[in-house]
Design a protein. Sequence first.
Length: 243
Amino acid sequence: MRDSRRPVPGDVNIDRRFNGPPASANGGYACGVVAGFLAEPAEVTLRMPPPLDHPMEVVAGDDGRVRMADGEALVAEGTSVAAIDVEPPVRPSLADAERARERHPGRGRHFAMSNCVVCSPHRPDSLGVCAGPLDGAPEVGLAPFVPDESVAEDGIVRPEVVWAVLDCPSFPQSLWSRLEVAMLGRLAAERLRDVKVGERLVAMGWPISSEGRKRTTGSAILAEDGELVAHARATWIEPRTTS
């Protein structure tokens, strides 16, 4: 895999196409932008919704972390880590993923993420990673991922796009099924090789643990033959309920 790290400090501007919620960036994409200044595997924590079409600065701290800031406001911070200790519990096929996509719960436009660049079933420029439950294992979500030239450079999918694809399938299927909301708080990920335009891949996610409002999940991208292409551990935070 080629080294695509950018030098620190650096300026970034997340294009409006790559939204998650309507007015902010897809969390995995924003984490991948920060990880682009680090050696992978890397872990990135989001501190606020990342703005779109807005200049931000990435700087290195004395503690080895890199931080993405909007003026004085900290948007995200990340660091390289030793390993990503997640392994897919199953190795679904592309046919499994295609069937699961048809059961994606967010097909109505009433859900908060209905126009997410990764998982929207409505947008013509969506990546189409609309995860639905796996036959016989409904806690596992999966969908096909076939990248095109619009998310690539010289035929290689940009790293931040791979991070984005590791984000959405990691959203807990138990929350998807009830169309409930949670926000990505942290993503630790590793790309094991480059992803090429036109590859027919499986993107998948599964639960790991739950504690209070915090959900920990795993995600992975697999090749058609089951090869592990990338994997991640995500932390999702459910909003506080009011009585």
